[in-house]
Design a protein around this ligand. Structure first.
Ligand code: DAH
Length: 346
């Protein structure tokens, strides 16, 4: 090969590599390391050119030597610049993976949320639809439509937080108000479950709180009977507390149901033998229920000659107490992490 040809070949090679180096952009540190190995490292392309340089004729050495040095420096520059970028990026990003699914996050769910969801799920599988109503209510939805006459002693059963008298605004004392709203808004068949917060003017103690949670159920259709109510609640109890749980109904009184009952389950702590939790009776009261009084259907423009229905209401704290054996209501509201961390992970 002539001197000129040789010189030309070497220059071409240098130009080609320079082009590659200048257009190189590493996507990650690994790619940058590959770049270093390919071009800069002892076994790389540039040191190989330096080895070839030894055979270059003396008269061409100056020019090609300069170009080779430039190439070597440029390669090092590209490497250093991009490495620095990766390093500053690492400093500014955190270890937080924002795309991580919620399930994998640390933390625990509130026991009342867990219980509410479990109860909702059982009734949803039976075809009940979740319904919500306002916490700030009026007298009509909380009392009047539910058959509490103005001077009826039943009104004394509720110790209400009144916000104003005229217009009458109050904090709902029970989720039964959602029954009224559901009947106003929809035509039978109506099958709803209404979880929510309720408020009563109670002194706070281990056994009472001014805020607590209830779940209300309502089913209105043709020919709904007490047998349907019992069957629905039997199913709920077996699903939630286990197949062996026994159930009993005791007659009771609520203004909005006729017949009214309270339902007890066999104590799941002592198995019915008698303990402190069931006050040695073997039974635990868990909810109120009954057949909807025809007056409440009328108040919501549903014909009681055509339709009947049942309703029930239970306290979420009460059920959570039985499930987790937590006997001080205040613990549910203090949000002490040492308490909360004991429950099922999210
Ligand atoms: N609202 C009642 C309470 O707060 C609970 C209740 C009892 C709801 C009987 C009902 C029912 O729907 O039928 O104590």
């Amino acid at each position: 090969m002539s001197v000129d040809q040789n010189k030309h070949k070497m220059k071409e090679k240098i130009a080609q590599i320079l082009g590659e180096i200048n257009s190189f952009k590493a996507e990650n540190k690994e790619a940058l390391e590959n770049f270093r190995v390919t071009y800069i490292s002892k076994k790389g392309v540039i040191p190989a050119l330096f080895a070839d340089f030894k055979q270059v004729e003396p008269e061409m050495r100056k020019e090609i030597g300069m170009q080779l040095n430039e190439l070597k420096n440029r390669a090092q520059e590209v490497f250093d610049e991009q490495m620095q970028q990766f390093e500053t990026q690492n400093e500014t990003t955190t270890d937080l993976d924002l795309s991580l699914p919620v399930d994998a996050m640390k933390g625990a769910r509130h026991p009342l949320s867990i219980v509410r969801e479990e109860i909702n799920n059982i009734f949803e599988r039976l075809g009940f639809v979740i319904s919500e109503g306002p916490e700030v209510e009026d007298d009509f939805h909380c009392f009047t439509a539910l058959n509490f006459p103005p001077d009826h002693p039943a009104r004394d059963m509720q110790d209400t937080f009144f916000i104003s008298k005229d217009p009458d605004v109050l904090l709902r004392t029970h989720t039964s108000s959602v029954q009224v709203r559901a009947m106003e808004q929809g035509e039978p068949p109506i099958r709803i479950i209404a979880p929510g917060r309720v408020f009563r003017n109670e002194a706070i103690s281990a056994r009472a709180h001014c805020i607590f949670h209830q779940i209300e159920g309502l089913y209105i259709d043709k020919d709904v009977s007490f047998a349907d109510l019992k069957q629905t609640l039997f199913h709920f109890v077996k699903e939630y507390f286990g197949e062996d749980t026994k159930v009993r109904f005791r007659p009771s009184y609520f203004p909005f149901t006729e017949t009214s009952a309270e339902m007890d389950i066999s104590c799941n702590i002592c198995g019915g033998k008698g303990c402190n939790i069931c006050k040695h009776t073997g039974w635990l009261e868990i909810l109120g229920c009954g057949i909807c009084d025809p007056n409440i259907l009328k108040a919501c423009n549903i014909d009681p000659e055509v339709y009947t229905g049942f309703a029930f209401g239970m306290g979420v704290e009460r059920i959570a107490m039985l499930k987790y054996q937590v006997n001080d209501l205040r613990l549910y509201f203090e949000n002490d992490v040492r308490f909360l961390q004991q429950f099922e992970k999210a």
